[in-house]
Write a protein that binds this ligand. Sequence first.
Ligand SMILES: Cc1cc2nc3c(=O)[nH]c(=O)nc-3n(C[C@H](O)[C@H](O)[C@H](O)COP(=O)(O)OP(=O)(O)OC[C@H]3O[C@@H](n4cnc5c(N)ncnc54)[C@H](O)[C@@H]3O)c2cc1C
Length: 413
Amino acid sequence: MSRVVVVGAGIGGCFAALSAKNTDPDADVHLLAVKPDRYRYEPGTVDVLGSVPDEEKPVVRPTERIGALPAEHPYKLVGEEGVNRALDYLDDVLRYRGTDRNALAPTVTGGIRPTYRYPAAVAAGLVSSQRPMHIVGLESVTHLDAELAAERLDSALPFDVNASTVEFPVDSPETPPLEGFAQTLDENSDTTEGTPVREALARRVRPALDIEARVGFLPVLGLAAHDEIRTELESRLQADVFEIPVGEPNLLGIRLREQLFDAVEAAGVELTRASVTDCSTVGGSIRSVSVDGADSQRTIEGDAFVLATGGVAAGGLVGTGTEVIEPIFDCPVDYPDTHREWAAEGPLDDHAFARFGVDVTPSLKPSVDGDPVFENLFSAGSVLGGYNFVEEGARTGVAVVTGYEAGRRAVDR
Ligand SMILES: Cc1cc2nc3c(=O)[nH]c(=O)nc-3n(C[C@H](O)[C@H](O)[C@H](O)COP(=O)(O)OP(=O)(O)OC[C@H]3O[C@@H](n4cnc5c(N)ncnc54)[C@H](O)[C@@H]3O)c2cc1C
């Protein structure tokens, strides 16, 4: 029986663990999660490829453009067939929607974002459907200026986009209050006037609606009872209801975490909340990792390991001011020599830091000068270099595709 240890439980790590178990149901797969709270930032959609470097036209069918990517791009390393295989597997794991074409979803700033797979909560807001749309802002929540977003969308789209801002019917003690609002909608608790909160919210939104066939909210429409809440609001508003992803805390990302962790548990993957601090090696192989648990330190042995610890923000890569390191396995990281070159001038320019990451072989083994650093270490997600997550709109897609491939190879090696 093969023992696979996956370090990091973001999307890349979860897909690596699921894929290892899917490839060999008898494999003993251990997933080590320090703080899966980064899902609070996830958009909850799967963006596979929005644009190809040096091309102005947006990508329509991501899987048809793999060949146009640079040789070191993770998708190019995995190959078109591998990308397709991983995306088919994504459809087995997540109850998401989409076709072979990118869908276009509105953003809170009134922009439009290409995405490949999306949850039902996002579906009614896609701008490829040309039905008039109404966006609802909430007083006390600064994540969305509904009127401004609607004005921008209205000027860019061939249908009407209107907006209104209402006060949420109950208070939440939290700042920002999004999770508190979601909880009251889950519980459908009463307002001070004794009206159930879902009905009270619909009553506040209804007078502002004209002919709009769909209504967009901030992602506050519950966690446990999300489908039920959306259905009830749709019936009360006589319109389709959707959510627009926001920055933290994004309930669309939190719902994605719930789905992935349920899938991990159902697959029989062992999940341990622990931080990996170090590894022990024998020759060119890793033998074990050391973990700091809640109240103990221990080592976990494995036959193969997957590095899925994310980029700089997640702690998978650490910038010291003069160098960038990968702290667990000490894999070499590719970055410009002088600190000045790490970032470009403008916020939306081509920043070198967006490409920082470990170099890998075509089988996703971290490498130096093309040779694997360890024969039994694979890697997945944003710890990888060779792609620009901002420019290409390829973020979650890379985590899914390389996670799937790394997990499969870790078992199959
Ligand atoms: C602010 C923000 C905006 C985003 N916007 C988009 C977007 O617009 N479109 C899109 O598709 N995707 C977006 N994403 C998603 C993101 O870019 C990637 O899809 C995804 O986060 C990459 O997953 P990952 O598994 O590689 O890394 P992460 O999600 O970062 O997960 C890595 C995990 O490893 C853990 N870890 C780190 N070190 C250790 C250790 N020593 N021991 C144990 N565990 C460890 C971390 O705590 C973390 O849980 C966004 C993410 C963020 C944070």
